[in-house]
Design a protein. Structure first.
Length: 205
């Protein structure tokens, strides 16, 4: 949070007028689906300390949200922060070095379309909107091809009704074959606003 506050006015990382808003609307918001992410990656009985070898990408990472808070809480998972803006990518590299996370978390300074495919068990993002056929097909190519487990796309969203409207664009199933989607409500401590996670499971051929 110190680093975000230090560089926010220069890089435009987040909208937060105070340390309290930064804590609640960005840090706690990033961590609100932590238990759900553990279960998605490891199964219903999963332990967050037994996810070694799993890989996750944070798209449009910006200030490192949600990727950096999740990485701190999930040390067994390798994270990649994909950010196309050079200044923000440099901010992320510097912040990871300060936090001692450079061996667990890497930064890729590139656009989504240029990211190498078939590498991640899960993709998370807060900044990309709206969810639609075009965006999902760009993202799904980054997921590992596996017959044992679906690739997971987890999008942080606000109102449930908005997320539902966006996911409706993925239907009927023949528009985006092999996908299933659901919306899970989230609770962010100290925040009296609606939050949810839109989850898309991709059964890649």
């Amino acid at each position: 949070m110190d680093e975000i506050e230090r560089f926010n006015s220069v890089y435009g990382l987040v909208k937060a007028g105070s340390r309290e808003l930064l804590t609640v609307k960005h840090i706690l918001d990033s961590l609100s689906p932590l238990g759900l992410i553990v279960r998605l990656l490891g199964g219903p009985q999963a332990d967050k300390d037994k996810l070694s070898g799993k890989t996750t990408a944070d798209l449009g990472s910006g200030a490192g949200l949600p990727g950096i808070p999740l990485a701190i809480c999930l040390p067994g998972i390798s994270f990649t922060l994909i950010e196309k803006m050079g200044k923000r990518a440099n901010f992320l590299r510097n912040t990871l070095a300060i936090l001692g996370l450079s061996s667990q978390v890497t930064v890729e300074e590139k656009e989504l379309e240029r990211a190498e495919p078939d590498r991640f068990d899960m993709i998370v993002f807060r900044a990309l909107s709206p969810i639609n056929h075009t965006l999902v097909n760009k993202i799904v190519r980054l997921l590992k091809s596996s017959q044992e487990q679906n690739g997971i796309i987890a999008a942080y969203k606000g109102r449930h009704i908005t997320a539902k409207a966006e996911l409706t664009s993925l239907l009927p199933k023949d528009t985006v074959p092999g996908y299933t989607a659901e919306i899970i409500s989230l609770t962010v401590p100290f925040l009296d606003e609606e939050r949810c996670l839109a989850i898309i499971l991709s059964g890649k051929p």
